[in-house]
Design a protein around this ligand. Structure first.
Ligand code: F3S
Length: 387
């Protein structure tokens, strides 16, 4: 892999041990995946932020690093809301350890916006190179925005943040962004809810694996695209998808799809995921809620009181910019928490059954929290929480 003279100096250790180590990670990754150069990035999103997932050894590694990010970089959700962890009833011992993780990232110059929806608080643009790591954020950046990012691991995203570059391979190259399988959605003539898009993604991800799907027959809005992509990234390994006439590369390119394998989805494939509903807790905001989703929840909860814990997750920037809506939601007894989510927070492990409105949460919550998990529309979630 060809490096610029400055990068060679970093690799030789002239700018300190941490930067040298970070460059070694990028070069090793580039060699494995056949990159011929590094490419400048606009931003990074770093996973491995919850103490629940990185544990003692991940923390020790972070604490030994000594450098600062040179591009805007944000964190993935952590195990608790930074300002309200006591209200969420997080174990103080866990909170202490989580705070040490946060401090370590802060020292490295990573912004403490702990979210899987960095696109609501930064402004990635079409054609920009990024190094993001959370799978739903990667899917959204590539597919909905038309930015270019591979799905980075926590260490490689951190290395990219500190060096400001990433190896140029995979989805950074236009030739690797073409559709690989056509998905025909003929079954749904009516508009689908966000949860149904999540269920569709849950189903399709299992069928397409890591191929790039090209959807026909749907017309999703941004929140629905977010739900679709997040779930496909969870049950498959889809980091990029296209929707005919909707997503930016599908609009710009005349993809040749006549030679592709194709699959057709029946409505029963999706409907069977929506089972009879009861739960000990409800959790929505996977990925973190948009302002529109918060508004919709506020309307549905107006004048009602929740009878079981109802967790809503969103980025702190989105919560702060929509204070009145959040206050309205919380009058019902529901709680809108920043920085964390139902998968990375240990407190969800206390429930035996959880209702979600996300295909991704449907895939992850059973394993990560050990709870029976059901998917329902946001209306059904509110009904279960308040009935
Ligand atoms: Fe985000 Fe947590 Fe879901 S990181 S995509 S809310 S599992």
């Amino acid at each position: 892999m060809e490096l610029e003279p400055e990068d060679e100096r970093i690799l030789a250790g002239e700018y300190g041990e941490t930067r040298q180590k970070m460059m070694e990670i990028l070069v090793a990754l580039g060699k494995v995946f056949g990159a011929d150069r590094l490419v400048q990035i606009k931003s990074a999103q770093v996973s491995g932020a919850s103490y629940k997932t990185i544990g003692k050894f991940g923390l020790e590694w972070l604490e030994h690093l000594n450098a600062r990010a040179v591009v805007p970089a944000v964190l993935n959700p952590i195990g608790m809301p930074r300002d309200r962890w006591e209200e969420m009833d997080v174990d103080p011992e866990f909170a202490d350890k989580q705070n040490v993780v946060i401090s370590a990232y802060e020292r490295l110059g990573i912004r403490l916006d702990c979210t899987c929806t960095p696109y609501y608080i930064t402004s990635p643009k079409f054609g920009e190179h990024l190094a993001w790591s959370e799978s739903s954020a990667v899917s959204y950046a590539n597919s909905v925005i038309g930015a270019l990012t591979n799905r980075e691991g926590g260490p490689s995203a951190l290395a990219a943040a500190i060096i400001g570059k990433t190896p140029c391979y995979g989805l950074h190259l236009t030739r690797n962004r073409y559709p690989q399988i056509a998905v025909n959605i003929q079954a749904f003539k009516n508009e689908l809810d966000i949860a149904q898009y999540g269920a569709l993604g849950y189903h399709i991800g299992k069928l397409v694996g890591n191929r790039i799907p090209y959807f026909m027959g749907i017309n999703p809005d941004f929140d629905q695209l977010k739900a679709l992509g997040a779930a496909m990234a969870a049950t498959g390994a889809v980091a990029l998808y296209h929707v005919k006439g909707v997503t930016p590369e599908a609009k710009k390119n005349l993809f040749e799809i006549s030679n592709l394998d194709s699959i057709t989805v029946e409505s029963r494939d999706i409907n069977q995921l929506f089972k009879p509903i009861s739960a000990e807790a409800v959790a929505v905001g996977c990925p973190h809620c948009s302002p529109e989703e918060l508004r919709n929840i506020a309307v549905l909860l107006l004048g009602k009181k929740v009878k079981i814990p109802f967790y809503i997750f969103a980025a702190k920037g989105v919560i702060d910019a929509n204070k009145e809506i959040v206050e309205s939601i919380e009058k019902s007894g529901a709680r809108v928490f920043a920085d964390t989510c139902m998968v990375v927070s240990p407190i969800m492990e206390r429930y035996r059954s959880i209702m979600v409105n996300s295909g991704k949460a449907l895939a992850y919550v059973p394993d990560m929290c050990g709870a029976d998990t059901q998917i329902g529309t946001i209306k059904q979630c509110v009904a279960v929480a308040t009935s």
